[in-house]
Each structure stands twice: as C-alpha cells, then as structure tokens.
Design a binder for this molecule. Structure first.
Ligand SMILES: O=C(O)CCC(=O)C(=O)O
Ligand SMILES: [Fe+2]
Length: 286
C-alpha cells in the first residue's frame, strides 16, 4: 500500500509501498505529485532502480535537463544524469545553502538524487523551507522584500568560463539550451509565488546572488546577510541522512539545500537529474 508520512515538521515526506522500477498507475502518480507539492521533498527509501527508471520517474514532472555545460560529469550515454562522486581523490565541496541553477532565466523546478554509495555516517543533505522562511518575517519586512529583485549570476557560481563553455559547445555544434541564459546574469524576485501551490516563498541563493537591485551595495549586503542567517533557522530545516538506494526529489522553487561535506575521505556516489520548469510555469511576484 502506498503510504506517505512526514519526516519532519518543517518539510519532507517518506513514500513507501511502491517500487519505482515498475509502472505506476495514473492514480499513484497523482498521489505522488500531490505529496510533492504538499511536502516539497519526497524520500523513496530502498529503491532498486536503473538510470532509465530514474529518468521515467523525472519525466512524470517535466522534461529533463541535459547537462551540456557539465558533460564530463555525466554518465556515459546519459547526458541527463550527473555523477556526484566524492572520495579520497575528490573531496566533497557543495556545502553552501542554495537553490539549483538560480542564475538561469527559468531554473529547473526540481532535482532528483539517487544514492548509489553512501558513507556509513555523514554526507547528509539539509533542506530549508522557504515558505516558512517567508511566513516568519514581519509584515513590513515581507512588504519591502516583496518589491525587490536580486541579480543572480551563474558566473559567480560556476566561474568566469561559464559563458565561454557555452560558446565552445555551440562551435562544436552541440545544441545549447537557451534556458542556460548563456552566462548572462538574470533578475529574480526575492519573494516568489509557487506556480502550483500559489504560496509565497523567499528566493535567495547565495552562490549566485551578486546584489539586490535598486539598493546600495551596503544596504543590499546587510539585507542579504540577514536573509542568509534567517534561512538557516533550525525550525525550517529537515536533515536527510542517506542510505544507499534512497531516491530523493526536491522542489527548487520553495527550498534551499546544503550538502554537508564532512565525510572525506569516504566515498559517496549520487546520480543526479534536474527537471525543467515549463516556460509558462515561470513564477510571478504576486
Ligand atoms: O549531494 C547532495 O546531497 C546535494 C548536492 C547538490 O547541491 C545538488 O545535487 O544540487
Ligand atoms: Fe544543489
């Protein structure tokens, strides 16, 4: 029996009683989709699945991102599937709060990670609920932030080579998806409305944000410093302790996440896919 139980008061639910290597009914998919929108993170423990199964799962929610700019990090023959592999030769390093690819005009709606190898302890992933972060602010602060946008720049997160890499791929006739924005900085509202739940959430992403538009540098930095501390509030957070064969899906539109880099020199291997947001699913400020 398909069962969905919350994993914390902040966010997240565990989904049991289904096998993602098998075809699910339309009704089961509806239940999973609803649970995703309600809980923002879904944990499917103990799934013995292939890359094809993971892709099929993702496609229930949207098109898959082809990781053109990160092709060397993908699984051979599966440019949609990134390998996140860390061990004694490659220390972990994604340990900052962020939401994925916020430097793009239309960032992916969700990320799906499948745990192939996990350290016996450590390597947890934290998720912070940005609906709660928004709701916890006072009305005057909500009002002020609701009028503001921030500039997000993929070059800040990925380095100066980012647009050049796009150009290189074009020269090699590898199709470049315009949703990357080709390295141009973009502006996103600080408060966004989720296209499905219609709830407002805070949208900050420290590795990408370079400024709050319209504020002076010192004003913008003070507001960002406050917001970056605010999103770390423990009451907003679920900490996922991984086991091999966990499949986990999260909503980038209303969460931030942080991969704890505490397990060096042990091995951790994840297969990662991103689900693209439909163009008309773009969020609005109100
Ligand atoms: O490895 C993890 O737990 C998450 C890393 C991350 O930030 C991502 O996959 O987007
Ligand atoms: Fe991430």
């Amino acid at each position: 029996m398909l069962a969905i139980e919350p994993v914390s008061l902040a966010l997240g639910a565990r989904v049991t009683g289904i096998d993602l290597s098998q075809d699910l009914s339309a009704q089961q998919w509806d239940t999973i989709r609803q649970a995703f929108h309600q809980h923002s993170v879904l944990v499917f423990p103990d799934q013995k699945i292939t890359i094809e199964d993971q892709k099929r799962f993702c496609r229930q929610f949207g098109d898959l991102l082809v990781h053109q700019h990160l092709l060397p990090m993908t699984v051979d023959g599966h440019p949609e599937c990134m390998r996140l592999h860390n061990d004694e030769n490659n220390p972990p390093g994604l340990n900052t709060w962020h939401t994925d690819n916020s430097g793009w005009p239309n960032p992916p709606l969700g990320t799906v990670l499948y745990a192939k190898t996990t350290p016996s302890v450590g390597g947890d992933t934290l998720f912070s609920n940005m609906y709660l972060a928004y709701e916890a602010l006072s009305p005057p602060m909500q009002e002020m932030l609701g009028q503001l946008t921030a500039t997000h720049d993929a070059k800040k997160a990925f380095g100066a080579d980012y647009p050049e890499l796009g150009e290189l791929l074009k020269k090699k006739s590898i199709e470049v998806d315009d949703r990357f924005g080709n390295g141009k900085a973009v502006q996103h509202p600080l408060v966004r409305t989720h296209p499905v739940t219609k709830k407002k959430s805070l949208y900050v992403s420290a590795p990408y944000i370079t400024r709050i538009d319209g504020l002076s540098t010192t004003e913008g930095q003070a507001v960002l410093d406050f917001l970056y501390r605010h999103i770390e509030t423990n009451e907003f957070i679920y900490r996922h302790q991984w086991h091999a064969n966990d499949l986990l899906m999260w909503d980038n539109r209303c969460l931030q996440h942080y991969a704890v880099a505490d397990y060096f020199p042990h091995e951790r291997l994840m297969y990662r896919m991103n689900i693209l947001e439909e163009e008309d699913g773009k969020w609005t400020t109100s």
